[in-house]
Design a protein around this ligand. Sequence first.
Ligand SMILES: [Zn+2]
Length: 253
Amino acid sequence: MGIVEAEGIITREIKYGDSSRILTVLTRQLGKISVLAGGVRTNKSGLLATTQLFSHVSFQLFQGREKSLYKINSGDILTSFSSIRESLTKMAYASYFCEVANDVIQENAPDEEQLNLLLNTLYLLAGDKLPYPQIKGVFEFRTLALQGLLPDLSRCSVCGEHPPAQFHPLSGQCYCPSCAEKQSSPDTADTGEAVLCAIAYIGSAESKKVFSFSLSESASNYLSRLGEYCLELYLERHFKTLDYLKNVCELGG
Ligand SMILES: [Zn+2]
């Protein structure tokens, strides 16, 4: 038995027995871990507040005989992100961001950049700092960049000189208008220079500045749709929470 300190974000919870939960926590020190939060659904434990979904917390944990499952000794809330849990739409976005992060951050493999991206994304979502499609698009393309899966969209793949206006996600190629005329790829999307320039920026900007650009509403929406398509394509995964998010957005108009 040993005590370890870990700071991270609670990205998933499963009810366990009558009063306990098993949490997935993405931590700075240990990567993805499972934490048994025993008796937290009764008010007596005092841990109810520190074990809520999406919270950014600092835990003291016991590592028991079963090495893959930790138990909570004590916890402090760093940011509760309570406004996310009060809105169905924000919950749907946050659930999607967390499912993606759970997929790319592994056990025993801390990924500080990816964790910081999730944290910054939740801050912006909680505080309504940017339009949701832009927050989502940045999260998606930055995740691909951090995982080494984002194609270079800063220059035309053929001539290597001009800024691209079209992007072919399946091949990862992008084309300037004059090179695009010579291509015959049927699903080459006419993405537009503004969106491709934004994606290139998202891939290369400093972490703190990755969200700092402006796009028109229609370009933001396009960025978001292209982001979810590329994320599932390049990670070779389907995210159930994305279906749920789309349903919630449709209901909300
Ligand atoms: Zn070209």
